[in-house]
Design a protein around this ligand. Structure first.
Ligand code: NAI
Length: 341
């Protein structure tokens, strides 16, 4: 295959970043079509980037047989349906996380993916493609910290992004804090510890932003997870981080510890002024994971060209959804929940 022709659905906060990567930063890839339900977004993208086809209907985009692959960056509630339709129409598919918001749809889509083994399917767990996280994984595989048995994760969105989040959450149901936000950490925990989750207890509340409670969601939440082999996970997720976007991971093993992002530095600059010596913090996901978003899309396009499947599988999507859903259920009921396996 000379050039992989891609159509993207969803041109919002993340969709635009993916679209720009596909259009301008990846050799052997052409962004041939854009789709969103908002006509102005589609027109602007088509004009600004010189895209051949533009759609406000996803089904119409799927009728375009010039395309090889569909890239899904629509709200989470549409992922499963759109993945299924694209695979059944013969396309390779990349979908943003989470795979699904409910176990039934995630399991159904797993069956569809497994029926189309010749088509590439990839899920957007981009942290696995972040250089620091990939390095930590390599260290674990080399035995540097012995057997990893505990993971501690902070996934905190900046307080100043709260208005953007409220808009995102009001436009479409996101699945709530654990399925929308903590899901990246839940996936990393499975990846680093190399075991599956068994039981979850999650608590949380809305402390700085009570309006989040009106969405029946937690602004800040904590989950304690028991994994197979008695391994442990502690997860803190939140939307009210005063100092910026704080993504921190600690993996403790029998012979050592790894930490990623302990201070969520924006870059290597220290500002010395009347406040002291200041290391500014990362602003948000687009800044912190810029390289990872590009690397995951490069991997998807390489997989299509080389006729192979990526390391992030539909099973990773199902198992992380099961764990995220168990956290949500525990938060909502106050009960200890057994993770569906
Ligand atoms: P957004 O709300 O900013 O954008 C959604 C886009 O989808 C808009 O262009 C909207 O017009 C379009 N859309 C809505 N309904 C549609 C439909 N039925 N058919 C076609 N297009 C439709 O959302 P955002 O923040 O860009 O998130 C999109 C997805 O990306 C979500 O699933 C979210 O979980 C995921 N995400 C992943 C991140 C990561 O770090 N991997 C970070 C941020 C979001």
């Amino acid at each position: 295959m000379k050039m992989v022709k891609v159509g993207i659905v969803g041109l919002g906060r993340l969709g635009r970043q993916h679209a720009e990567n596909l259009a301008f930063r990846i050799p052997n890839c052409e962004l041939s079509a854009v789709c969103s339900v908002i006509p102005e977004e589609v027109e602007q993208a088509q004009k600004e980037w010189g895209i051949k086809y533009a759609y406000t209907s996803y089904d119409e985009m799927l009728n375009n047989k010039e395309l090889d692959a569909i890239f899904i960056a629509s709200p989470s509630g549409f992922h499963c349906e759109q993945i299924e339709k694209a695979l059944n129409a013969g396309f390779h598919v990349f979908s943003e996380k989470p795979l699904g918001l409910y176990m039934e749809e995630a399991l159904r889509v797993q069956e569809v993916v497994n029926k189309h083994k010749d088509q590439v399917f990839m899920l957007g767990f981009m942290r696995r493609y972040d250089k620091s996280y990939a390095y930590a994984k390599k260290k674990i595989e080399e035995g540097k910290i012995g057997e990893p048995y505990l993971i501690r994760c902070y996934g905190l969105d900046p307080a100043k992004a709260i208005n953007g989040f409220m808009q995102f959450a009001k436009n479409n149901y996101s699945g709530g804090l654990f399925l929308d936000m903590a899901i990246h950490d839940l996936d990393l925990a499975r990846w680093f510890l190399n075991v599956e989750a068994k039981q979850v207890w999650a608590i949380g509340g809305a402390y700085g932003y009570p309006e989040i409670a009106e969405l029946n969601d937690a602004e800040t939440g904590t989950a304690l997870v028991k994994f197979e082999q008695n391994k442990m996970g502690v997860f803190v997720a939140g939307r009210n981080c005063a100092h910026g976007y704080h993504i921190e991971t600690e993996i403790i093993g029998t012979k050592g510890t790894l930490r990623v992002g302990t201070i969520p530095e924006k870059n290597m600059v220290t500002v010395f002024d009347e406040s002291g010596a200041v290391k500014e913090c990362s602003d948000g996901f687009l800044e912190r994971f810029e390289q990872a978003y590009l690397s995951e899309v490069e991997e998807f396009i390489s997989c299509v060209r080389e006729k192979r499947q990526p390391n992030v599988t539909v099973e990773d999507g199902v198992l992380s959804t099961a764990l995220g859903y168990a956290c949500k259920e525990s938060f909502e009921t106050g009960e200890l929940i057994t993770v569906q396996s």
